[in-house]
Write a protein that binds this ligand. Structure first.
Ligand code: GRF
Length: 212
């Protein structure tokens, strides 16, 4: 690792978290967003990132070029990995990236010295409640009174990695789903800003692992 911490963002969609991460990281001279990678060519996040001066790459799953979907996914992951290695990325931040990462991929970012994997995700619920894809919708439809967001280490399960940060928010009387969802996103932005503050501190590993 050099003087700067090289961060990569992986995102598939709208990119409001990515935008928030980039804007906050740009306040720290030693945090460098090396690249934003999307698996979706049409993702709005690509324009948001390049408007903020971040290099972007698109790595779609090329289903038609492979015999099986598994092969296509493996090849896509290899391509992502090559970009991350070429860019000497230290930490990966997932921000609405709608793909699971294999253990082979995650092992490439295992930091033996600190016994952690340098791949982090934001999930729109208080894990372990409401894992999966549509967590705000699921929580709202269930009728929760409190929801929240979680930043966690990524493992090869679905939203199962060790928890780093969580923050809750209430369902207010008369809230529509849209109100609830946008309150959740604001909480996500706060959490990723807090995470970047931790990463920018001299020795983030202990803080992330809850060891200090
Ligand atoms: C966020 O709620 C994120 O937690 C979830 O998908 C949403 C992505 O939003 N996984 P955006 O693309 O960051 O605006």
């Amino acid at each position: 690792m050099g003087d700067k911490l090289n961060l990569a963002i992986l995102a598939s969609g709208n990119g409001s978290n990515a935008e928030n991460i980039i804007q906050h990281a740009q306040k720290y001279p030693h945090l460098n967003i090396s690249v934003l990678i999307s698996d979706k060519e049409s993702a709005t996040v690509l324009k948001k990132a390049s408007d903020l001066g971040v290099e972007t790459k698109v790595c779609p799953v090329m289903r038609s070029e492979f015999k099986t979907l598994t092969d296509a996914k493996m090849s896509q992951e290899k391509e992502v990995l090559k970009i991350l290695k070429d860019q000497k990325v230290d930490w990966i931040l997932l921000a609405g990236y709608m793909r699971l990462l294999s253990s082979d991929f995650l092992n490439q970012f295992y930091d033996k010295e600190n016994d952690l994997t340098r791949v982090l995700n934001i999930h729109p619920s208080i894990l372990p409640s409401f894992p999966g894809k549509n967590s705000y919708r699921d929580a709202f439809d269930y009728g929760v009174k409190v929801s929240g967001a979680t930043i966690h280490f990524v493992d090869s399960g679905v939203d199962t990695g060790p928890i780093i940060l969580q923050k809750s928010f209430p369902l207010n009387k008369g809230d529509t789903f849209e109100d609830f969802n946008s309150r959740g996103l604001e909480v996500e932005y706060e959490l990723y800003r807090e995470l970047l503050d931790i990463l920018s501190s001299g020795h983030p590993a202990d803080a992330l692992m809850g060891r200090n």
